[in-house]
Write a protein that binds this ligand. Sequence first.
Ligand code: PAF
Length: 278
Amino acid sequence: MRQISNISELRKHLAGETSVAFVPTMGNLHEGHLDLVRCASEHGKCVVVSVFVNPLQFGPSEDFDKYPRTLAADLAKLKELANIVFVPSVSEMYPQQQTVYIEPPPISNELCGEIRPGHFRGMATVVLKLLNIVQPQVAIFGKKDYQQLYLIRQMVEQMNMPIQVIGGETVRASDGLALSSRNQYLSSTERNEAVFLYQVLKTIQHSIQSGERDMAKLESEASSTLAKRGWLVEYVSVRNRETLNLPDIADTKLVALAAARLGSTRLIDNLEIEIMNF
Ligand code: PAF
């Protein structure tokens, strides 16, 4: 495994590679990331992982400075899994003020985008830059960030980028909590409570699969269950999986998404829902 922090050096190493699978990350790697990296090795001969905490996707009141940076531990975890770890500095990625941005579609102002204005613009811009730098054949992103994955797919398709985007399944702790770098901020009481975000999504999934079609009712029941347990709910929403729009009655491929705060920690999760028509 080679650690590279310079764009021109990375390009030299990748010159001539025709089977590159890429996993962009912000570091602080856990089993969820490592699963994406293992998936990458099934799709490419040369596995590249980037570790870069992107200032462009954090709002002024968000946790950019506090975001955990654990490079030595990340490199140790990637040792046997990745061929190249790209670790650029902020000045390598943004040598001048970034004035050209990717403008994501209007759905980026809903769900997480409503609470985090500008987040997806900053995310899409750095992902475009990283994809241009690495020029992989395949790129893997976690389904845990469902809206992010959707927007990246749209960008790659609409910008005619010759890259196959793969969505990696969410890895969960034994109680069901989705693995996330932010879980480490939780106190032990909060950690026990955190699984309820997944539980309310499971309840929605079960209700829909049992025939309930009043999505607004399910969303508001889930929100009030969480609120009663002390969560500050940002949204619970059932959407069409392929557009992220509100679903029509005939839609069969859905996803329930939620974001809520437990103390000062913001958690997100989602669950795909398939309606079988007999
Ligand atoms: O999901 C993340 O870790 C980040 O949003 C990404 C895709 C690496 C872009 O900074």
